[in-house]
Design a protein around this ligand. Structure first.
Ligand code: ZN
Length: 310
């Protein structure tokens, strides 16, 4: 069991204005900013990590806010919907809260689970879902969003694909997921290696327009493994399936591999080690601008070009 994929690790999306992104997630949705750093490939751009108290894998949504990027378009070949679990009986609270903040919400139901659909300020499609099985994770509490309403972390993610079968095969043959349910053109895959953030839906739509990657769209989704030894076992598995994959990359808070699955979505596999408390205490998480070693000597220049957040 210890060497399996443990559901989702994090999901990364693109935003435009940094302050608007930060305010929406930390104030309206009430998740915790657990790390404020920069894009390691583009240090003039922030990289925000939002999650629970300690940024537990399975709760982490991250953003590259590229100022002036302009809106993208979600579509085929992308993760198009991000589903968070919320406590049973809290959809009314969230519906009111989102409306009060000028967000349009729609009620819905998928596989018998009630949910709210809405978009973040850049158009990223989010869902708050009351899972049918109790989710015992503890959400981050703020003054306005107390623990009994708080987002618990991911429930599922939805990929929209022109064709499901080759991606499905990666999920089942390499990543250890099984087809759990089907409803029309929606296929739900689950892994029993963990009981939260363990669902992935594929919506197969031959007529879906191609997605365009810019603000309000997904950049990649990351699957979770325990450590970097297991990470390298998956590198071999992906290679032996005939796909290309990067070498191991040090992301400071986890180690990563990236590969493009046949449906077009960028997949990452990321480790639990070393975690976000590597360079900040639990209490301080997210309160300082943290730079990777190679940029520390450029700190003052970087701080000058990063956009204002207050
Ligand atoms: Zn990532």
């Amino acid at each position: 069991m210890g060497n399996r994929i443990l559901g989702l690790h994090h999901i990364t999306a693109i935003a435009d204005n940094a302050k608007r992104n930060l305010d929406f997630y930390t104030k309206v949705l009430g998740v915790r900013l657990v790390k404020k750093t920069v894009n390691f490939d583009d240090p003039g751009t922030y990289h925000f990590y939002f999650g629970d108290e300690r940024g537990t894998p399975g709760t982490i949504l991250t953003f590259f806010p590229w100022e002036g990027m302009g809106p993208g378009r979600p579509g085929a070949g992308m993760a198009t919907h991000i589903g968070y679990a919320v406590p049973q009986g809290t959809l009314g609270f969230w519906e009111q809260r989102l409306k009060d903040n000028g967000v349009q919400v729609e009620r819905g139901e998928i596989f018998g689970e009630r949910l709210l659909s809405f978009k973040d300020p850049d158009g990223l499609q989010l869902q708050l879902i009351e899972p049918s099985l109790v989710d015992s994770r503890k959400g981050w509490a703020t003054q306005e969003v107390q623990e009994d309403n708080a987002l618990k972390g991911f429930h599922n993610v939805t990929l929209t694909l022109l064709q499901a079968d080759r991606t499905a095969k990666i999920l089942t043959d390499i990543l250890g997921y099984e087809l759990q349910q089907q409803e029309g053109n929606r296929y739900r895959f689950a892994t029993n290696a963990i009981d939260t953030a363990n669902l992935l839906d594929i919506v197969e739509d031959k007529n879906a327009p191609r997605g365009h990657n810019a603000a309000g769209t997904n950049h990649h989704i990351a699957f979770r493994v325990k450590d970097d030894n297991i990470l390298m076992e998956y590198r071999e598995k992906v290679l032996s399936a005939g796909l290309q994959i990067t070498p191991k990359i040090d992301r400071d808070y986890f180690y990563s591999l990236y590969f493009r699955e046949p449906g077009g979505v960028l997949f990452e596999i990321a480790t639990d080690n070393p975690g976000f408390t590597r360079d900040e205490s639990l209490e301080e998480l997210g309160s300082n601008l943290k730079l990777p070693k190679q940029y520390e000597r450029m700190r003052s220049e970087i701080e000058k070009v990063l956009p204002g957040l207050s």
